[in-house]
Design a protein around this ligand. Sequence first.
Ligand code: MG
Length: 360
Amino acid sequence: MYKQALLIPVLVFSLLSLSFAADLNGRWIGKIGNDDVGLDLKAEGKNLSGTIHTPYGEGPIGNGKIKGATFSFTYADNGIIIPYTGKLVGEKIDLSRTLGGKETIGTLDRMKEGDPLRIAQRMRSEMTEYWEPVPRVVDPGPYTNMVKAPSDAIVLFDGKDLSGWKSRDGSAAKWKVDNGVFTVVKGTGDISTRQKFGDYQLHIEWKVPEDIQGESQSRGNSGVMLQDLSSDLHLRDYWYEIQVLDSYNNPTYVNGQAGSVYKQSPPLVNAMRKPGEWNVYDITYTAPRFNEDGSLHTPARVTVFHNGILVQNNFALRGHTANAGLPRYMAPHGKGSITLQDHGDPSKAISFRNIWIREL
Ligand code: MG
């Protein structure tokens, strides 16, 4: 009697587990957060195997386990082990993913027989980084005399205030002006010129703090957006950027070091002065031209001198600055603001001074 009483619930539980395992079998499709996700699962007893399909690739799942109504597995995505947990709820799966300590949840539906399990692939930022050949280091010598604004220049920063600049929301620029110099106030956002420009010659000086810490892209990161069209075109992050970074003994992908057209063209040489010294960019920019039908007529072109040394020689931009993905000219445009980037890397803030522009 005692044995039988125990057997019945055990039997029922075993049957339930079996049917749960059977129900997990098959192909599932849905979303976790904004990402499309597909699963092709094979459940056997307490073990789960199969493949996962994501916008960044697909592959076999690992450590698949079924426990009661829930299951778990991991996916080694580009060397990062990502844990997933799920639960079968009726004819759906509730699936959660933990990445960088953050949990994102989603729901997957069972796929119809014969429907192909295909997920549109998205590019990652690493796909457009390249590390070699490393531009040769050229010592530009010490900063000597300041090249002051010539008579026909528009002075964008005269050492006194940021009245010519605004935050992205249109309010006054919140970076700190002190002693003829202004410094990024991290977290207050990028600042843009109130005036818009087409073709021009730009002079801008910038300094990485002497006690800078961090490495690669997290060391004095900022940028000069030659034309920032984000608000004019209502396109997120649409600009053309010359990278600002501490590239003094700081390896990073070469198309992301100081003097690069970010993610498009590494500098011809590395002409960086060390932290605590002033660096100078002299930039000649020719805006892109568009046909009447909106198609591209001629690409934007840029020449950059870093501390007097040529680092970009009339380079034809392939399109906007894309961190993940490929550059494109997405829409025709006219003049645009020049923007300086509040990158948000955790290193100490960099400073700027003596900014002037000559329209061409
Ligand atoms: Mg930058």
